[in-house]
Design a protein around this ligand. Sequence first.
Ligand code: ADP
Ligand code: MG
Length: 327
Amino acid sequence: MPSPAPAGLLLLLAALAVDRAALGARVTALGDDAAVPGDDWLFDNSVKETSFQGGHAENIMDDKETCEFKKSHGLDHMDRYRVEADFLKRATQDPLWRMLVPQYLREEQHGGRPFFVMRSLTCGIDHPVIADLKLGTQSWKPAFHGRPGADDAKRAKMDKLDRASTTPQLGVRATAIQIPPGLSDWPGDSAPSDPGAYQLGGRAAVKKGLVSGDAAWTGGSTVEEFEMLLKAYLPTTALRMEFLEKLAPFIETFSSQKTYRFTGLSLFVWYDARAAGSEEPKLGMAMIDFPHTLGSTREEYGELDSGVLKGLTSLRDIVTSKDAVEG
Ligand SMILES: Nc1ncnc2c1ncn2[C@@H]1O[C@H](COP(=O)(O)OP(=O)(O)O)[C@@H](O)[C@H]1O
Ligand SMILES: [Mg+2]
C-alpha cells in the first residue's frame, strides 16, 4: 500500500504558512485533528488545511532553537485562548498535573495576538514518531454550574460524528498517528528517519481520503481498527512497556481528580525513531489542547472525568493485551 510520499511537501507548506503568520518560527510537528476540516468538529473553527498539522498552523510556532512551542487562537476565540492558557499555567504549578502537561513558560504578543509559550515536547528528538489520541466519550461540552453546555443541535451533530469513531466505546479515538513500516523494513534497531516511510493513520487519514481498500484499517474508526493502529504504532514489547509505564500516572491522576472536566483533550505521544527498536526506546506523552476545560481549583467540576479515564484505561487494556497474547 502506498506511503504518504507528499509528507515532506506538506510539511514544507506548513512551514511556509506558519512562517508568514509567525515571524520566522519553524513548524515541524505532525498531525492534529484540527488539521482536518470537519474533524475540527466540535467547535466550528474556521480551518485552513495546509498540512498534517495545518488546521491551525497560523496559531502555532515551533521554535527549534529555543525548544519553545507557542500557541494562540483566532481573535474571535480569545475566550478559548484564556481558558487554555490559564489551565496550563496552573497545571504547570500544580504537583498533581505538572508532570502530565507541557511546561508553561510565559505569554508573548505576535501580530496583535497573545501566544502562550510552552516547552516543546519533542525538542531535541530529530525524528519523533507521534500519535495524537483524542480522549473522552463525547465531544460536546456539558453544562457547568448554571452555564449552558452545547445546545441540542450541536450535541446531535457531535454524537453522530462520535458514533463514526471509537469515542463512545473506548473513550479514545485516533486523531493522527504516524504508522511506521513493518519491523523488517526498519534500518537496524531504529525506526526510519524519513517521514515519507510512514503512513498517516487516524481521522486525519480518513479526512484526506487515504483509507480506501487495503488501507481501510488505518482510519482507526472501529475498535478493531483502532487496536490495529495502536499495535502498528507500538510494534515492539519494549515500546509497549514504555507506553504503559508513561501512561500509569495519567490513569492514577484521573482516577481521583475532580477539579477539571475536559472536552477535546489530546494525549500526545511520541517516541524517538533512533533506537526505537532497541530494548531501551525513548517514549514520552503529555496532555495537550485545553481550550474547552471546565473547572478550576476555585470552582471544582465536582465529578471524575469518566470519559477521559475510560480512554486512558482502554489504551492500557489494549496495549497490555497485546503482550498477554504474544508473551
Ligand atoms: N508543547 C508542544 N510541544 C510540541 N508539539 C506540540 C506542543 N503542543 C502542541 N504540539 C503540536 O501541535 C499540534 C497542535 O496543537 P493543539 O494543542 O492540538 O492545537 P489545536 O487547537 O490546533 O488542535 C499538536 O497536535 C502537536 O502536534
Ligand atoms: Mg489538537
